[in-house]
Design a protein. Structure first.
Length: 69
């Protein structure tokens, strides 16, 4: 995976994370909300955060690669 692909994937994941976060905030702002739906959104948000961490690490590694040939 090249740096441009990683950057694109990071932006996509970040947008998805923001969308899920906003859905969760809107749900929790209601007087009564579905506990299972909230739990599902929290899990989605955490999964996206984990994926973002992996992609940030890949980007870091790719940017710091050294050619030892």
């Amino acid at each position: 995976m090249d740096i441009d692909s990683i950057e694109h994937h990071i932006r996509t994941l970040d947008n998805q994370h923001t969308t899920v976060s906003r859905k969760l905030d809107a749900l929790l702002a209601q007087k009564s909300w579905n506990e299972y739906e909230a739990e599902d959104l929290k899990k989605q948000k955490l999964k996206l955060k984990d994926e973002l961490s992996i992609m940030y690490r890949r980007r870091y590694d790719l940017m710091n690669e050294h050619d030892y040939d």
